[in-house]
Design a protein around this ligand. Structure first.
Ligand code: MEV
Length: 446
């Protein structure tokens, strides 16, 4: 794809956007057809995915523009119900282009399977016996998934941890480190742990209780970096993406002011768990939206993210912001990223297939790199807004549209009602109903 910049995309109709997308991405309308049907899935397909299915639940799918990840232009599909998120990511990706976009890297796709070994008669002896049988256990685990093995994956290591104290006393934990290649890996790892358990019992003389993957995928970290030229951060309130009226309208901010505001905002998250939770939620707005669009397990990614954020014993920010020798803003995000491009819903869900195709990813690592880049961009969008005009200004006009829709507005009426509520600074469903009544002449039930 030549560019992920599409001027005026925001102002097009839904159909025009899809036409523009096929033109820019080089994909066919058939490739992206799933974006058009409500949610992409049929009720029949849903019935094969979960139990007791009765229907579908759709969410909006938007395209984040302007992204360059590892020198590659990429259009990023995002599934999210919250206004401002797609616009925020796109806007920050545009600023990041001045510094070359995002640079992403990932660890090998190593997942951890855990076996909890109870009733071990002699823990130190069992520990050393497991180490002696390490090669044997690895060889056994390697036979479990010949397809994965053929693709270069498989068992990599056995680690033993002694839990000295717990509500049930001491026990052993065996970690199986497993290379899952382009899969998310839960199935492969869970199967391997279940198969290995009888052998572990013989070696330790204990009883293997739990056999399950760990979502703290800290051997499978993904990292994104960006440099935002300080001059790109300068702006005047009201000249942004989502015009709305506000008290700070017309106020100019220098790049240095915005940068220092972002650094102070980050410092808050770095030291305070109350702020860090919200700061990281902003990162996950971007991360989850792409994880969901690609058909991956966002609960697994969420669990890994927050456990990783608390790894020092104190919950902190997943991202780090600083400035380089030239005064430019530098951003860094590191987090576990257990996502795949094979298996699970990635190959079953039509929208997920279209999303992966649009991003042009050939490996799970590439997908992970895009996801963390969007997470970093999203974090920047929130910090920039919070450190300058505040979050509500940009949010308000989009929020007002949702309130207008909730009040029953359709078509042109949505914009009219939303614009009036924003101007009046009164975005409430009862006011939306009153405004609609002035157009339709209908009485509002009080
Ligand atoms: C809202 O969905 C996300 C933010 O609260 C993130 C943040 O405070 O950094 C704006």
């Amino acid at each position: 794809m030549a560019t992920s910049r599409i001027a005026g995309f925001y102002n097009l109709s839904l159909d025009e956007r899809l036409t523009e997308l096929t033109g820019t991405s080089g994909l066919s309308a058939v490739d992206l057809a799933a974006f058009q049907s409500a949610g992409g899935l049929t009720p029949d397909a849903a019935d094969h995915m979960i139990e007791n299915a009765v229907g579908l639940h759709s969410l909006p799918l938007g395209i984040a523009l302007n992204f360059i990840v590892n020198r590659r232009e990429v259009l990023v599909p995002m599934v999210i119900e919250e206004p401002s998120v797609v616009a925020g990511a796109s806007f920050m990706a545009k600023l990041a282009r001045g510094g070359g976009g995002f640079t992403a890297e990932t660890d090998e796709p190593l997942m951890i399977g855990q076996m909890q070994v109870l009733d071990v008669p002699d823990i130190p002896l069992a520990h050393s016996a497991l180490m002696e049988h390490r090669a044997e256990l690895l060889a056994e685990a390697d036979t479990i998934d010949p397809v994965l093995k053929k693709l270069g994956g498989g068992a990599r290591d056995i680690e033993v941890r002694v839990i000295e104290e717990s509500p049930i006393g001491a026990f052993l934990v065996v970690h199986l480190i497993y290379d899952v290649r382009d899969a998310m890996g839960a199935n492969a790892v869970n199967t391997a742990c279940e198969k290995l358990a009888p052998h572990v019992e013989i070696i330790t003389g204990g009883r293997v209780h739990l056999k399950i993957l760990s979502n703290l995928a800290d051997r499978r970290l993904a990292r994104a970096r960006c440099i935002i030229p300080v001059k790109e951060l300068a702006f005047t309130v009201g000249a942004g993406l989502a015009p709305a009226q506000g008290d700070c309208e017309g106020r100019p901010y220098t790049g240095e002011q915005v940068r220092d505001g972002i650094l102070a905002a980050w410092a808050f998250a770095a030291v305070d768990p109350y702020r860090a939770a919200t700061h990281n939620k902003g990162i996950m707005n971007g991360v989850d939206a792409v994880v969901i669009a690609s058909g991956n397990d966002w609960r697994a990614v969420e669990a890994g993210a927050h456990a990783y954020a608390a790894r020092s014993g104190r919950y902190t920010s997943l991202s780090t912001w600083g400035k380089d020798a030239d005064g430019n803003l530098t951003g860094f995000l590191e987090m576990p990223m257990a996502v795949g491009i094979v298996g699970g819903a990635t190959k079953v869900h039509p929208t997920a297939k279209a999303a992966l195709k649009l991003m042009g990813v050939k490996t799970a690592a590439e997908l992970a790199g895009i996801i963390v880049s969007v997470g970093l961009a999203q974090n920047l969008a929130a910090l920039r807004a919070l450190a300058s005009e505040g979050i509500q200004r940009g949010h308000m006009s989009l929020h007002a549209r949702q309130v207008a829709i909730a009040a029953g507005a359709t078509g042109d009426m949505i914009e009219k009602v939303a614009a009036q509520m924003v101007e009046e600074k009164m975005v409430r469903i009862d006011r939306a109903e009153e405004i609609m009544a002035t157009y339709t002449g209908k009485q509002v039930d009080k």
